[in-house]
Design a protein around this ligand. Structure first.
Ligand code: HEC
Ligand code: HEC
Length: 324
């Protein structure tokens, strides 16, 4: 048995080496001991996520493909749950593969994990529902539904071969800005008019092709995008869609401040975020030991406040009620 296992890992290592050699002549990057498991090394620079073209033509492939399409066409596919103008790929661009827009590659290997915002260890399905309820300002989908299974199948597919616990690009979501600058909403308005209205429209509400930046059809106040630095980084790296990287970091902070000064959907239960304290400085609502950072003047109430909350994991026997 032991012999067989050793042979197997050697064979896998040989395949890995062959793959490296195909990639060019540069010296292989140093491999940390923690990246070595059973003789197989994971070298991020040589890893490429699967894409749509690689989806197999079998039953699992059908689920993966449905998951991808649910992420691309979220409001069209799940109108009762995705009620805003956003789709998963509005932020997780290029089908979740784009490194600068909170990539989902490797996410399958990052969960379960402790989320300080929740104050609990959560699984990937709950994490997906945080995006349904907060980023899409919609309702949580049943975790035992086929649709949830399909979305998880797609995320697992684009995470294939990333070892559990590996830190790859995107592990921490949106890339952190080097400096946290003070955004000015007045200056941001001028940038918005110059650079963004052509797609997101003068009233910020977008249209069939472009997602809303504020108002009832945009992301909720409980989304990471509602935080000044997260939004500035997303914008700086990815917008304007036609010429990303053309704004200065200061302009990105200014236009983010302008966008996030507008009304957007509420996120019921948000006061209970970061139950141990330690909310980041730019969270726009009050939590334990934290004062709201530049909150919008008003919030749009949610039609189905219960559906907008992902219940915390509870021990067997205790009910898992929304809002507790
Ligand atoms: C408004 C933008 C936005 C939308 C829309 C959105 N997300 Fe997210 N999502 C984020 C951000 C931002 C993060 C990372 C958090 C951070 O950077 O602080 C994230 C994180 C995640 C994660 C965790 C990734 C990890 O490895 O930690 C998953 C899974 C996820 N999103 C799935 C989805 C799915 C599925 C949808 C559609 C139902 C969706 N998201 C819609 C912005 C969005
Ligand atoms: C050429 C069209 C275009 C321009 C110009 C543009 N965007 Fe976008 N924006 C998009 C598209 C399209 C998406 C959705 C991503 C996708 O589908 O790939 C998006 C998504 C976004 C999102 C995340 C989703 C949401 O609705 O909140 C933000 C925030 C954003 N843009 C901000 C900006 C800002 C700020 C500017 C101006 C500096 C800007 N965009 C200019 C096309 C554009």
């Amino acid at each position: 048995m032991r012999r067989y296992l050793m042979g197997l890992s050697l064979a896998v290592a040989a395949v890995a080496v062959a793959a490296c050699q195909g990639g060019g002549k540069e010296a292989a990057p140093a491999v940390a001991a923690s990246d070595l498991r059973n003789g197989v090394k994971f070298v991020e620079a040589e890893w490429k996520p699967h894409t749509e073209a690689d989806i197999p033509n079998d039953s699992l492939g059908a689920s993966i493909r449905r998951g991808l399409y649910l992420m691309r066409f979220t409001p069209e596919s799940l109108p009762a749950y995705a009620t805003s103008s956003l789709r998963c790929t509005s932020c997780h661009q290029q089908d979740g593969l784009k490194a600068s827009s909170a990539p989902l590659t490797g996410a399958h290997a990052r969960f379960p994990k402790y989320m300080p915002r929740t104050g609990a260890v959560i699984g990937l399905a709950d994490r997906v529902n945080y995006c349904f309820t907060r980023s899409l300002a919609g309702n949580a989908i049943p975790t035992d539904s086929r649709e949830m299974g399909d979305i998880l199948a797609y995320i697992a597919f684009i995470s294939k071969d990333v070892p559990v616990g590996a830190k790859i690009a995107g592990t921490d979501g949106i890339i952190s800005m080097k400096d946290t600058l003070d955004g000015d909403a007045t200056r941001g308005e001028a940038i918005f008019k110059r650079e963004c209205v052509i797609c997101h429209q003068a009233d910020g509400q977008g249209n069939a092709a472009f997602p809303a930046l504020w108002g009832p059809k945009s992301y909720s106040i409980g989304a990471s995008m509602a935080r000044a630095e997260r939004a500035a980084s997303f914008i700086w790296h990815n917008m304007p869609q036609s010429k990303p990287g053309s704004l200065t970091p200061q302009e990105a902070f200014d236009v983010a401040a302008f966008i996030n000064s507008h009304p957007r959907p509420d996120s019921p239960g948000k006061e209970q975020d970061w139950p141990m304290g330690g909310a980041p400085d730019d969270v726009p609502y009050a939590t334990k030991g934290h004062e709201a950072f530049r909150p919008p003047a008003t919030l749009v109430p949610r039609r189905n406040p219960k559906g907008a909350v992902v219940p915390k994991p509870a021990p067997i026997g205790a009910s898992r009620k929304a809002g507790e």
